[in-house]
Design a protein around this ligand. Structure first.
Ligand code: CIR
Length: 254
């Protein structure tokens, strides 16, 4: 069992008003969202993870998507500056939380923007999406903070989805998976595995054998099981309607 520390934030009752960029707005069931969130959190707690709840931010419809507010590199937490102005206030409560977890804190400075959903770590490489939310300056600031600490930053174009991690994530062995029609540049990754469903692109690594993914992508789950992985699924339909996924609902700090 992996021992890890994870931050989450309960969904706002105003989740349905969250930002939308590539999807049409459809009705969102706030009660179901809360149930799905509880089940999501339980997936970690039942494995012994130290799940820490950030204070509710009910005035921020997208506040549940905590991944976007910080990017963690070893013991350095880089507070982001979201590209969506409606989301900037979400960052405030993350600073004290990561500090209390014993991390050093740095921040992306204006006018640059960066959202954590654009940061995909594979080994000591950080692929960083240049998206509608993350500016070239944001990538440059992140590079200046983490390359001296032994990380390599690779800038990746993102035009077809909200964030880099809406298009691709990585399996425990470092293979990058993605739904190819939504991936701008699959050739930038050392190993790329296409998956058959757009909801199958997002996995959270629970341990070297196990990933957590959306229950909306059964064919991808079957594909990953054929590769020998244990796959834990969880329903996140109400968050997928807001362009969210399993990765964005938490941020692992250790
Ligand atoms: C937004 O547009 O900012 C939210 N509705 C969804 C954010 C999802 N976050 C992520 O993929 N890391």
């Amino acid at each position: 069992m992996t021992s890890a520390t994870l931050f989450v934030r309960p969904p706002s009752p105003r989740l349905a008003e969250g930002e939308l960029t590539h999807l049409e707005r459809v009705p969102v069931d706030a009660d179901l969202a809360r149930e799905q969130w509880e089940a999501y959190v339980e997936r970690y707690r039942s494995r012994g993870w130290d799940v820490r709840e950030l204070p509710a931010a009910d005035d921020h419809p997208d506040g549940v998507f905590v991944e976007d507010t910080v990017a963690v590199f070893d013991d350095l937490a880089v507070l982001t500056r979201p590209g969506a102005t409606s989301r900037r206030g979400e960052v405030e409560s993350m600073g004290p939380a990561v500090e209390a977890a014993g991390l050093h804190v740095a921040a992306i400075e204006a006018p640059a923007t960066l959202e954590g959903g654009d940061v995909l770590k594979v080994g000591r490489t950080a692929y960083v999406g240049r998206s509608s939310r993350t500016s070239p300056d944001g990538v440059a600031q992140l590079r200046a903070l983490v390359e001296p600490r032994g990380w390599t930053v690779v800038e990746v174009p993102v035009t077809k989805v909200l964030h880099l991690k809406s298009a691709v994530t990585a399996l425990p062995d470092g293979t990058v998976i993605g739904y190819e029609p939504l991936v701008d540049a699959p050739e930038l990754f050392d190993a790329f595995l296409p998956v058959p469903e757009p909801e199958g692109t997002a996995v959270v690594v629970l341990d070297e054998q196990t990933v957590l993914m959306s229950a909306s992508a059964p064919r991808t789950a079957a594909l990953l099981r054929e590769r020998g992985l244990e796959v834990v699924t969880t329903p996140v339909t109400e968050f997928e309607k807001l362009e969210g996924c399993v990765t964005c609902l938490s941020v692992r700090v250790r």
